[in-house]
Write a protein that binds this ligand. Structure first.
Ligand code: TMP
Length: 254
């Protein structure tokens, strides 16, 4: 099906093809898993199908809650039709529980924080999307000074990210999952609609860019299974899909 499509860009986990009209693109979800800036790589059969389904489901719920995003609709098990955006090269991370790079970066004598410690207030961080620099953490002032986004756009990203966090925490709480942290990307719509906000949510929301812990067992149900060699990543993503009420089975993976 993708053979006829014009490939525009291939990323680590997704491929972007020309869309059906000038203002759309097709986002194709691969089975590739990468970590540590692609130093670690594997192909995990079924991951792309599960991420596409989970992301479409969550994005649809977010739209119902008034969050504008780039997804138009799912068009096949591995593909979604999306609006064309110019992506802001800043990853917006929201954290509810300290773990991952935050603990590695800050944990020490002054901040004796241990992985798994709940934060008093959800926290927003910004990272520069620059593989060659290993996506360094940056501040609002860097973003404005180097014209990646305006002060108003940063405020919009921060408040939207926190609203999404509030909404997603509830969705995951209802399926007995703790939303630990997640990463978002935003873009400027290339063909803005009259009721568009300044930026719209772009990329995906899936276990590839969220940390999801089972409330009962503490097990990771996200890409940490790959990062930390815990195994059974596809089974964990399948579990998230099933708990969200999505009927995907192995026969849908091809
Ligand atoms: P971190 O603890 O490694 O900074 O990750 C925080 C969250 O952001 C975690 O849910 C994974 C997600 N993330 C991505 O989706 N892509 C990335 O490139 C990075 C560094 C993190």
């Amino acid at each position: 099906m993708t053979a006829k499509r014009k490939k525009l860009y291939e990323g680590k986990a997704k491929v972007i093809f020309a869309g059906t009209t000038d203002d759309t693109l097709i986002q194709y979800f691969k089975d590739d898993a990468t970590a540590y800036n692609a130093q670690k790589h594997a192909v995990l059969h079924g991951k792309g199908v599960l991420n596409n389904a989970i992301s479409c489901h969550i994005m649809t719920l977010l739209a119902d809650a008034g969050i504008k995003h780039h997804l138009i609709r799912q068009i096949s098990p591995r593909e979604q039709l999306i609006r064309k955006c110019t992506i802001i090269p800043v990853e917006v991370v929201v954290r509810n529980i300290a773990t991952g790079s935050m603990v590695a970066r800050l944990g020490g004598a002054h901040i004796p924080i241990k992985s798994g410690t709940p934060l008093k207030t959800p926290m927003v961080e910004y990272y520069l999307k620059e593989d060659a620099l290993n996506d360094p953490i940056i501040t609002e002032d860097h973003i404005v000074e180097f014209a990646l986004a305006s002060r108003e756009e940063i405020t919009f990203m921060r408040l939207t990210a926190l609203a999404i966090n509030h909404f997603l925490r509830n969705i995951f709480h209802d399926i007995n999952i703790t939303l630990v942290d997640f990463k978002l990307e935003f873009g400027r719509a290339n063909h803005p609609l009259p009721d568009d906000p300044p930026l719209i949510l772009a990329d995906e929301i899936s276990p590839d860019n969220c940390r999801l812990w089972d409330k009962a067992t503490g097990d990771s149900k996200d890409k940490d299974r790959f990062r930390q060699d815990l195994g059974n990543l596809v089974e964990a993503y399948q579990d998230i899909a099933t708990r969200l009420g999505l009927t995907i089975t192995e026969k849908h993976y091809d």
